[in-house]
Design a protein around this ligand. Structure first.
Ligand code: ARG
Length: 469
């Protein structure tokens, strides 16, 4: 045999890998991002191996020093990744052996790249989950602050995007906060299943060395070693769970985005997004486009796509590891990056939203949004609800014909439809009266919104283990 085969597994091969196949099967182009977690996992593995007597303390120290050097080299940009070395694991191991000689070749004792990669992704994802957790906290705080500030601001509430009943803007923002709070819980829940150690499963069946997986788990901050070696190397549920979380989160952000886009249009004119979140048009000088919410709305598509990719990737895979699994990384990495970017943008933008109170108020005044209040008033006067509904329907038809809102009609105009209507009707026809009357937990009354914002703050403080601000 004259030609060189892969140094890590080439022993049984009689010809080198085809150059295209080497590039096609290599993952270094994207898994290089795992270098820190790969090194961290290797240091823990070497430490455990020395504790159980498989490596000497000197060998362990040489390995740890060598790996720490390599991490510094990578961070300084002094490393050239080799496609011939396939992936992050073999790139680092080859470099370690270059640095410290034969001891470097002992690092892989009692493990396989199958349990190594599963460990690396979990370590990586756990760190990213923790960073995303902080962004979710910041976004929720921004929403609660905005809601509290706008507890008295009246706007139309919509169903079917038609004016329905007046609500307070603070109430609307707290609805967003509820969505994000559920996402936050889902992320925490997902973390529990990420935080399990695959290492020790080796290729699929475990290893003949006297390893102590509890030690490795503890060194890496995992809750426990994975129970079954076959499952440990093949399970990617946690990545699917993360992208499910991400899909729901982006679905929520896209809904909020859609509202922000609509509301910042001249037609709605409910809010102003500060200029720093918008861009202009190269041809239409008057334009101020809500790019950030539009882009977040658009990015939802790629995250849903990643969820579908991962579900399909895992579908019908027989146990245990299969090379297919290498395809888990790009969807996962892009989901993480997308979520972080969107949350960063939203965390900055949400508390900076400026409500155009007068314009919101005017819109709520126009759309017969207190029609239900009039019906409820009639019911209190002893009219059956269905009859009240009919009476109000006729009043609205009259309003459309004459261009008057209910509150703009005179008492005698209103009395045409029911003589049970008296002067006190005008109290319920005001927008303030309408929102204040929804005075129960979960209702839109300003005092309820303030109380709800306070509860949201307390819940969040409790959830994050901090103190209420
Ligand atoms: N690059 C591989 C992956 O991402 C690492 C594990 C490879 N294992 C193997 N037996 N080829 O899944």
């Amino acid at each position: 045999m004259t030609q060189q085969t892969n140094q890590s597994w080439g022993g049984r091969f009689s010809e080198p890998t085809d150059a295209f196949v080497a590039a096609f099967t290599a993952s270094i182009g994207f898994d290089k991002r795992l270098y820190h977690h790969d090194i961290r996992g290797s240091i823990a593995h070497a430490t455990m191996l020395s504790q159980v007597g498989v490596l000497t303390e000197d060998e362990r120290d040489a390995i740890i020093d060598g790996l720490s050097d390599i991490e510094r080299d990578i961070e300084a940009g002094n490393i050239e990744w080799s496609v011939a070395l396939e992936d992050i694991h073999m790139n680092i191991e080859a470099r370690l052996t270059d640095k410290i000689g034969i001891t470097g070749k002992k690092l892989h004792t009692g493990r396989s790249r199958n349990d190594q990669i599963a460990t690396d992704i979990r370590l990586y994802l756990r760190d990213e989950i923790d960073a995303i957790d902080l962004e979710l906290t910041r976004l929720r705080e921004g929403m609660i602050t905005l809601a509290d500030r706008e507890a008295d601001t009246i706007m139309p509430g919509f169903t079917h995007l038609q004016t329905a009943q007046p609500v307070t803007f603070g109430h609307h923002v707290l609805a967003w906060q509820e969505m994000i709070a559920r996402d936050h819980e889902r992320l925490r829940d997902c973390r529990k299943r990420v935080n399990v150690l695959p290492l020790g499963a080796a290729a699929l069946a475990g290893t003949t060395y006297p390893i102590d997986r509890h030690v490795t788990a503890e060194l890496l901050g995992f809750d426990r070693p994975a129970e079954n070696s076959l499952d440990a190397v093949s399970d990617r549920d946690f990545a699917i769970e993360f992208t499910s979380f991400a899909s729901l989160l982006l679905m929520h952000l896209s809904r909020i985005s859609e509202e922000l886009v609509l509301w910042s249009s001249a037609q709605f004119d409910f809010i102003d997004l500060p200029d720093r979140f918008c861009t202009g048009s190269s041809i239409m000088p008057q334009k101020k486009n809500p790019d950030v919410p539009e882009l977040v709305r658009g990015k939802t598509g790629r995250v849903y796509g990643h969820l579908m990719s991962l579900l399909t990737l895992m579908k019908s895979q027989p146990l245990a590891y299969n090379k297919d699994n290498q395809e888990d990384k790009e969807p996962l990495f892009d989901s993480v990056d997308t979520v972080k970017g969107c949350l960063r943008a939203f965390g900055d933008m949400i508390p900076a939203i400026e409500a155009k109170n007068a314009s919101m108020y005017e819109a709520a005044r126009k759309g017969f949004s207190t029609a239900t209040d009039l019906a409820d008033y009639l019911v209190r006067q002893g009219v059956a609800f269905r009859d009240a509904h009919e009476i109000v329907g006729k009043s609205v038809a009259y309003g459309i014909e004459t261009g008057k809102d209910l509150s703009e009609m005179t008492l005698s105009e209103l009395k045409q439809f029911s003589d049970t209507i008296e002067q006190d009707v005008f109290e319920v026809l005001t927008l303030e009266g309408s929102v204040a009357a929804r005075n129960h937990i979960g209702g839109t009354a300003p005092n309820q919104v303030r109380a709800s914002a306070q509860r949201a703050r307390d819940t969040l403080a409790h959830f994050t283990g901090g103190t209420a601000q």
